[in-house]
Design a protein. Structure first.
Length: 195
């Protein structure tokens, strides 16, 4: 028997579920083991799934024309990750989504989600609320990048997500925060000296 408790609890934070709702949702979940460094999304392929992280850690990133990696999102337990633009529009992805640790994921396919939302308005509401929350977070991140110093961005991230800071490689965190790994190292040393 696969464990759906966590993903169902995630949904219950937004909508109430009865036994039939749970059965409908569980019926569209595919559970997979993903090895560290394995990709679940790659550029030029259509992203067919939203991925819920049951255990493990992921990042999404793109590679610039100059070959630099830019981390867009991290995801650990109880978070969703995808190339959401590709998923929503069913167009070729522009992001890589890579496992940073050996992980277990629960994936839901675009077509199955669309069918489920058409027959059960609770799930339409759930996905709308999650999309709104995600959009609000993205807006806050853009404002942070535009209005804060590199050190302020790092301090805020560390305060908000202390477990991620210690789980992800420094170069991925640096690229997420918009700085070089060397500059992030200097910031960490400076902050450690102040403590």
């Amino acid at each position: 028997m696969k464990d759906y408790t966590n993903i169902l609890n995630n949904i219950r934070r937004y909508v109430s579920l009865n036994e039939e709702d749970e059965k409908q949702f569980i019926s569209i979940i595919k559970t997979s083991k993903i090895k560290r460094r394995q990709f679940i999304v790659q550029p030029n392929f259509i992203c067919l799934h939203q991925t819920y992280v049951h255990s493990g850690a992921f990042r999404s990133y793109f590679v610039s024309d100059q070959g630099a990696e830019h981390t867009i999102q991290f995801a650990i337990e109880d978070w969703f990750i995808s190339d959401f633009n590709s998923y929503i529009h069913q167009t070729p992805a522009s992001l890589f989504v890579e496992a940073l640790e050996d992980s277990i994921v629960q994936q839901i396919a675009y077509e199955d989600v669309e069918k489920l939302c058409a027959i059960n308005p609770k799930f339409e509401r759930f996905f709308r609320l999650v999309a709104q929350k995600s959009f609000a977070f993205s807006q806050r991140r853009v404002l942070s990048n535009l209005g804060q110093s590199a050190e302020e961005r790092y301090v805020e991230f560390k305060k908000s997500y202390p477990s991620i800071v210690h789980r992800v490689p420094q170069y991925t965190l640096a690229s997420y925060l918009g700085m070089s790994p060397e500059f992030l190292s200097k910031i960490r040393k400076r902050l450690a000296a102040k403590s």
